[in-house]
Design a protein around this ligand. Structure first.
Ligand code: AGP
Length: 608
């Protein structure tokens, strides 16, 4: 979603702000802007489009200042335009904002009645005028911000500066993430630590309702009640390589190829040769796990697909009833929770607003406990769940989730086994599943080596407007994930169906202009799938079958077969994801779309 960077230093901070924005651009990117204070003057620069445009403006017309705030915007209220880009100012005050102020219309009306004029269509402009209206009576930026946030309904992470306090940056968060970066005689704020890795490796994660006053020399934090509070400083040890594409043309391709290493990481220290190590869920897990009788999974997008796959595993391998739901739906309906149900959220970012709201809403619903499968340590979901299992995929920059998804699947297998062996799973089954997991990284490497064959297949898709993806059983959610990847980065309309559903409607769409992708490991549903694919062939559909080498598919004029090495069935869904990711990637490259930052999308969806 939108990104925030801010700095208070003794040097010109413009470059730090622009570099920070570039690192955040993957989160949301229709426009960018910054504001700095120099010689008691507020200077603003804004540009529509990429941060590079803002950078050019700052070079053509240089800006200097020792305190500043900056923002990349992903439009929620008002179209992408320079006028709607942040920062928004009101006389001596400038504001950057992530989130949504839900009662902006009422506040706007009140401020209009007081004589304020609005130049943008954003909810954020309400904040700058409200702060201005409160400042004189409040006597300080900190107090004005405290009074203002008491009036907001909704979610926010805010950075604010004023020429009346030219050395100070104030910030606050509720519902949207914000960190303070701790430097040497300079300090920073950002919505994601990644934005500040060029200037510091020490971070304070602000808690819900926190407000902070940041100068070059000092950081003061106040909790919601207004009481000063000390928050721990965490040192991030990860290298900075995540923000570098290395030899790859796009982050997405780099992240696809990282999967061999990433999946080894996810497993490391968590499995022996034959078993899942009990300690990997933390010390509190044992007593909770012993009581689990059912699982409810909540997630969005790709993470939801991971949850759908885990449902098959929970019920098939562990005999544990499992329900899966999209978080944005679940949070607004009444649900009946069975006794001893574990609430499991899945999220790459750990900040997805709907998933977080589902977790928060679940607290009064009678769940046994909550567990999150997440990629970002210190994210809100991790901090607010009773238990967490980190996927250890490393920062994922491409908006299209790739390595985060496969590492979620591995982490979910660990969870299924850990719970399963307390239920219906035998030691032999556990040993078989773990042995298969050990084979997974090597098999991924073999599949990724076939990349050039996928480039050839992808040529058949570039002129197409639609595509169908088919799978059966546990491979149906893999087909859904393949379709999501294709639509989000190539903008080809792609839908997934359980292959058995084809004749109940979608078959009407099949003709010789419709590419149909099938996920076909050699499992117990293969023959059923083959019959469904014959229905496609009979209508002249162009079939692209990703199949086990022993599945017996043959290439012909209308059928292209991509053979995958034979793999244990328990890990096949993870393996079959890789060629579908590569297919979407190569189609997008051939079409010339913006692979890492597809239109209208954001990496971390912190608004509902
Ligand atoms: C994946 O390619 C997507 N861009 C998107 O569906 C994503 O998975 C979804 O927004 C959930 O994000 P999360 O995993 O960070 O919660």
């Amino acid at each position: 979603m939108c990104g925030i960077v801010g700095a208070a230093a003794q040097r010109n901070v413009t470059k730090i702000l622009v570099e920070g924005l570039k690192r955040l651009e993957y989160r949301g990117y229709d426009s960018a802007g910054l504001a700095v204070i120099c010689d008691q003057q507020l200077t603003l620069r804004k540009a529509l489009g990429k941060v590079a445009g803002l950078e050019e403006k700052c070079i053509a017309n240089p800006v200097k200042g020792v305190v500043g705030i900056a923002h990349t915007r992903w439009a929620t209220h008002g179209k992408p335009s320079e006028l709607n880009a942040h920062p928004h100012s009101s006389d001596h005050i400038a504001v950057v904002h992530n989130g949504i102020i839900e009662n902006h219309a009422q506040l706007r009306q009140r401020l209009r009645n007081q004589g304020y004029e609005f130049v943008s269509e954003t909810d954020t402009e309400v904040i700058s005028h409200l702060l201005h209206s409160l400042y004189d009576q409040a006597g300080s930026l900190r107090e004005a911000l405290r009074l203002a946030i008491a009036e907001f309904d909704g979610a926010y992470a805010l950075g604010v500066i004023s020429t009346r306090e030219p050395d100070t940056l104030v910030c606050a968060r509720s519902g949207s993430p914000l960190v303070v970066g701790v430097g040497f005689e300079e300090n920073f704020i950002a919505s994601d630590p990644l934005a500040l890795r060029q200037v510091t490796d020490r971070f304070i994660y602000l808690e819900e309702g926190d407000l902070a006053v940041v100068t070059a020399a000092n950081i003061e934090i106040f909790e919601q009640s207004g009481k000063p509070v000390t928050r721990p400083v965490d040192r991030i040890t990860e290298t900075d390589e995540a923000s570098d594409k290395g030899q790859y043309r796009h982050f997405m391709l780099k992240e696809i190829h990282e999967q061999t290493r990433v999946l080894r990481n996810t497993l490391q220290g968590r499995v022996s040769k034959t078993a899942v190590l009990d300690g990997c869920f933390g010390t509190d897990a044992q007593t909770i796990f012993d009581q689990v009788e059912a699982v409810q999974i909540l997630a969005c997008g790709t993470s939801y697909h991971a949850g759908m796959i885990a449902r098959y595993w929970f019920e098939d391998w562990a005999g544990i009833p499992c329900a899966v739901e999209v978080a944005s739906e679940y949070r607004y309906r009444k649900s009946v929770v069975r006794p001893n149900t574990l609430f499991v959220s899945i999220s790459q970012s750990g900040e997805t607003a709907d998933t977080l709201a589902a977790l928060r809403g679940s607290r009064e619903s009678g769940y046994l406990a909550s567990l999150t499968v997440c990629n970002v340590a210190n994210s809100s979901l991790v901090r607010e769940s009773d238990l967490s299992l980190m996927t250890l995929a490393g920062p994922e920059i491409g908006v299209a989730s790739t390595k985060a998804f496969t590492s979620q699947l591995v982490a979910l297998q660990l969870l299924v086994i850990a719970l399963g062996k307390r239920a219906a799973m035998s030691r032999e089954t556990e040993a078989e599943l773990v042995a298969a997991l050990h084979q997974l990284p090597g098999l991924c490497e073999q599949v990724l080596a076939l990349d050039s064959q996928i480039v050839r297949i992808s040529e058949a898709f570039t002129e197409k407007k639609n595509a169908l993806f088919l799978g059966r059983g546990v491979d149906y959610p893999i087909a859904m994930e393949g379709a999501l990847k294709l639509k989000e980065i190539s903008y080809i309309h792609a839908e997934a169906y359980p292959a058995g559903e084809l004749k109940h409607g979608p078959l009407a769409l099949v003709d010789d202009d419709m590419p149909v992708v099938a996920v076909a490991p050699n499992n117990e549903l293969l023959e059923k799938l083959k019959s469904n694919l014959e229905e496609v062939q009979a209508r002249g559909g162009k079939l692209f079958v990703f199949a086990d080498e022993s599945a017996g598919f043959m290439n012909d004029g209308n059928t292209t077969v991509f053979n995958l090495p034979h793999a244990p069935l328990s890990i096949a869904p993870i393996l079959y994801t890789l060629p579908l990711q590569l297919l979407a990637y190569h189609v997008a490259v051939l079409k010339g779309t913006d692979v890492d930052q597809p239109r209208n999308l954001a990496k971390s969806v912190t608004v509902e």
